[in-house]
Design a protein around this ligand. Structure first.
Ligand code: ADP
Ligand code: GLC
Length: 487
């Protein structure tokens, strides 16, 4: 199949979260299955064209693209996803994409991703390449399925193109005033009739993707079920129930070329199931970095996260007093909402020997925390898939999670499953979104940390799990076939 894959972030070019990891890995896996895959992303200011040897596509540039009242000269550059032949095309419009952050809350955020969405389609046209599948991801690409079915349906190139839309996070929908209809050249009829674009009087990019794509999915089975309830759907449950037959859950894979303690180049000591000694040395190294004392018998709890309410930090805040009483050390890496950044900073100033804090984004440190921590905490309120707990499993870093979304699908509580005589417990989880439930789960983990044979078993159960993209990529293959039938 010919597969076009559009996303607003792709590892290693630009990343704010798990979407980039997925977009950097899934296309490569699909190529291994024999497909012809091309990826499309915006050329942000931070994309380093020299480091990645990007080639300017003069033959296709400039592409005049109308957004709101202006026509922009959009340029095209080409690179490759690492260790593959997968081409990645960068949609280059400095006016929109040369900003300090990938995403902004500026007034023209709609225009930025209108430009990107049209840019993807126009680039495909210039490549004279007729994709079987156009796979769109999250709200930034939500208009593409509509454009293919409406604005660009005059072009025979897309006669056999089915569209797929993947929700990585329902919390971000791209909601704009009706001025956006004009900016994006969306027909008012479509907006005012049928409720496929409009939500609460606003133009909703995510809803548009969910309405117009031939098939839709999200990134775990449990999250797919949760999204059909008012509690988790952020207003989309009616639509998702309506489209239930076309809506699937596929768990993300992870890239074990990048996240594997045996080969990870970003950690000082590699280790494996057969020999854990490197893990202990990484712990020492990690604590040293934060000027914290190394105490072999005290578990080190790691957090690597966007500091957003989705991730359960209000719960951590409510439980902070009790959590800090536990006999454990903590290292937190994250950035996001100011109040959580301040909360962790203040805690570090109070008890620097117990908690190390790094506010910001640091990929090397993320790897070292996965390798050096004993326990990994992810108490998310909701979690579409979550990648860090899957990395943790591979690194023998026992996850403590709230049983929701992808966390529920990947972490099996040791006590629960052991009780049933099933030898698969690989972490600890709690259900109620209550401070006490969180504290209890962390306490259970700390308790078992001191029981060495039990702990090693939990670690091994996690390390033996295989979440490589192989499995999930073949599920996407099936999804694409369904999309073709629907189209
Ligand atoms: P989300 O996409 O919701 O943020 P995921 O668990 O799917 O959650 O993916 C998060 C990704 O971002 C992981 O690869 C994680 O290592 C990385 N990450 C998150 N915060 C940071 C940070 N402060 N520094 C480095 N990497 C981070
Ligand atoms: C989102 C979700 C996260 C998921 C990632 C990749 O950012 O919050 O749970 O793993 O996308 O699909």
């Amino acid at each position: 199949m010919k597969i076009a894959f559009a996303a607003s972030e792709v590892v290693p070019f630009a990343k704010t979260g798990g979407l980039a990891d997925v977009s950097g890995a899934l296309p490569v896996e699909l190529e291994k299955l024999g497909h012809d895959v091309k990826v499309f992303m915006p050329k942000y200011y931070s994309v380093d064209e020299h480091k990645f040897n990007l080639e300017y596509q003069s033959w296709a540039s400039p592409m005049p693209i109308r957004v709101a009242d202006n026509v922009f000269d959009v340029h095209l550059h080409k690179g490759y996803l690492p260790n593959s032949k997968v081409e990645i095309y960068f949609i280059d419009c400095p006016y929109f994409f040369h900003r300090h952050n990938l995403y902004t809350d500026e007034k023209d955020e709609d225009q930025r991703f209108i430009c990107f969405s049209k840019g993807v389609i126009e680039a495909i046209q210039r490549l004279h390449w007729s994709p079987d599948i156009l796979h769109c991801n999250d709200w930034q690409t939500g208009l593409i399925p509509l454009y293919i079915k409406d604005n660009y349906n005059w072009d025979k190139l897309f006669d056999h193109t089915a569209t797929v839309f993947t929700v990585h996070n329902i919390g971000y929908q791209g909601k704009f005033s009706t001025q956006t209809l004009y900016n994006a050249e969306i027909s008012e009829d479509l907006f005012y009739h049928g409720g496929r674009i409009e939500q609460d009087g606003l133009v909703n990019f995510l809803k548009t993707g969910l309405s117009f794509a031939d098939v839709i999915n999200t990134v775990s089975e449990t999250y797919a079920k949760e999204l059909m309830t008012p509690e988790y759907s952020a207003g989309m449950h009616h639509l998702l129930r309506y489209r239930e037959k076309d809506f699937y859950g596929i768990i993300n894979g992870v890239d074990y070329d990048v996240w594997n303690p045996e080969t990870d180049k970003l950690i000082p000591y590699n280790y494996s199931k057969a020999d854990f000694s490197g893990k202990e040395k990484n712990k020492e190294e990690l604590l040293k970095k934060f000027n914290m004392p190394y105490q072999k018998e005290i578990p080190l709890i790691g957090i690597v996260s966007r500091l957003a309410i989705q991730k359960g930090f209000d719960l951590v805040q409510a439980a902070l007093g009790e959590l800090m009483q536990l006999n454990a050390q903590w290292i937190v890496l994250g950035s996001g909402e100011q109040k959580y950044e301040n909360m962790f900073q203040a805690l570090h100033e109070q008890i620097p020997r117990n908690i190390g804090v790094y506010i910001g984004y640091n990929n090397d440190l993320a790897h070292l925390i996965e390798a050096g921590a004993d326990i990994f905490l992810m108490p998310s309120y909701y979690e579409p898939c979550g990648l860090n707990q899957i990395y943790s499993l591979k690194y023998g870093t026992v996850p403590v999670v709230r049983k929701t979304g992808g966390l529920a699908d990947t972490v099996q509580d040791w006590n629960e499953y052991n009780t049933y005589g099933m030898d698969i417990g690989n972490g600890f989880s709690f259900v109620d979104y209550k401070p006490q439930a969180l504290v209890n789960a962390v306490q259970r983990a700390i308790g078992d940390y001191h029981n060495k044979p039990v702990w090693r078993k939990i670690q091994l159960n996690g390390m033996n799990k295989d979440y490589s993209w192989k499995h999930s990529a073949s599920q996407y293959e099936e999804l694409y076939k369904k999309a073709k039938l629907k189209q």
